[in-house]
Design a protein around this ligand. Sequence first.
Ligand code: HEM
Length: 174
Amino acid sequence: MDYVEKRMNDEAAKASADGGFLTPLNILLMGVVAYTTYSMLRPTPPPKPSRDAAPTIFRTYTPRSLLPFNGEQGAPVFLAVRGKVFDVSRGRNFYGPGGPYSNFAGRDASRGLACGSFDEDMLTKDLDGPLDTLEGLGAEEMEALQGWEDRFNDKYDIVGELVSADAYKEKNKA
Ligand code: HEM
């Protein structure tokens, strides 16, 4: 190998060892990859609460005080399932006036949902009496009710608890 050939080989080896990788294009590509990775891993700040969102106030309802929340004249639509009061106003088409499930609006819907029935009998008759203990329901009905409750938990906000008129009085004595 003569001198010129040896020099050329040396130069080629040197170029591929350093300058070959750090070309302007590769540097640019590394920058793009680094920025994309950073963007993907960067923690996102929590969304700011909207100014328009009405604050949710957790309240205690009785069957009687729940009744006006039936969606009529623009009222919100609430219903109760096993002592939890859900704001189902987003499902106004289902529960609002004229909706297929409007019988549940402003009521304890537990028994009706468990039995898959819209019968008037399913709803608490005496609004000042005890809550429905769901006595007499079988395992299948309780399972159906659990399914509805899970769905409501996912879909709607809980805005309060439902207690009997007596329990309410007791609670507010102190
Ligand atoms: C002929 C029988 C029925 C038909 C065709 C029917 C149809 C429907 C349809 C299409 C939906 C909407 C599903 C969705 O978009 O998420 C729905 C939801 C619902 N149905 Fe029925 N349904 C029937 C019977 C019942 C019965 C017997 C009950 C309980 C008593 C019931 C309670 C509900 C409830 C609570 C919802 C959920 C609404 C929500 O997401 O807030 N349905 N039904």
